[in-house]
Design a protein. Structure first.
Length: 263
């Protein structure tokens, strides 16, 4: 079994990247980061791949819309997979399917069908696809299971999962138990921590803000979740929001993962 490796989701650094992409990548490299998880890969184009390479970075996984590919202004599957190849990625994760698509069985089946289609196209091009959760997938029960686990039961065997530990905890899941049930499908984890009280994807959630903190300093059972992920390939540090110096917070996350033997 391959040892899991550390990566950083670039969405965490979206403001820094907009201000100075080269310095942002240089700073990540100085922290010892060698892998990132890119997003907006079609818009980023070949320039993104060149910029990453200048700083010794690569993006083995990426985030891009697959379920809605080709609709409206969304890139087509071919455009997404061309961009993934330019970055040297092996896995493309669907990053978000909105709450209205998780409320009933028919909607979940349609989402699974679309992701399965994307997986078929990806396989023909030597790529793999997967799904990245938020909390909305856990709000409804279908056939005795969360909509998320019902969805997983409909996926092709070659579709993998990137479990966002923070959002699963916000969705009131026992995250290590969830990861254990999902088994070998879990090839990536988003390592994210903080208070899990506020769920922005619940329409009737009390007012609040995302309160995220460096890995290992919040309420998410990250160490137990990592231990439960027996087929883990990537542990991806991410912040959706952070009130502080992001590079210091990432450095703390890097140290947390190093204690678990993940570098």
């Amino acid at each position: 079994m391959t040892e899991p490796a550390l990566a950083v989701q670039l969405y965490s650094l979206r403001d820094d990247l907009a201000a100075d992409r080269e310095e942002t990548f240089a700073h990540l490299a100085r922290l010892g980061v060698r892998r990132v998880e890119a997003y907006d890969i079609v818009g980023g184009g070949a320039a993104l791949a060149e910029s990453l390479a200048r700083h010794g970075l690569r993006s083995p996984s990426v985030h891009a819309s697959l379920v809605g590919a080709g609709e409206g202004s969304a890139a087509t599957l071919d455009e997404v997979f061309d961009a993934a190849h330019r970055l040297g990625a092996h896995t493309v994760f669907e990053p978000m399917v909105w709450a209205e698509y998780w409320r009933d069985e028919d909607a979940v089946r349609r989402t699974a069908d679309r992701l399965n289609h994307a997986a078929s196209v990806a396989a023909s091009r030597g790529l793999r696809v997967g799904y990245h959760n938020h909390s909305q997938e856990f709000h409804h029960v279908i056939d005795g299971r969360s909509a998320y686990e019902f969805f997983v039961s409909l996926l092709r065997e070659d579709v993998v999962l990137e479990v966002d530990a923070y959002w699963a905890a916000v969705g009131r899941q026992d995250v290590p138990a969830l990861v254990t049930r999902l088994g070998r499908r879990v090839r990536a984890l988003h390592i994210k921590d903080g208070s899990t009280a506020f769920d922005p994807f619940l329409p009737d959630s009390p007012p609040g803000v995302l309160d995220q903190v460096p890995a290992g300093q919040g309420e998410v059972p990250l160490a137990a979740t990592l231990a439960a992920a027996s087929s883990l390939e990537l542990a991806v540090l991410e912040f959706d929001e952070y009130d502080g110096d992001l590079f210091d917070a990432l450095a703390a996350g890097i140290a947390f993962l190093a204690e678990a033997g993940i570098r």
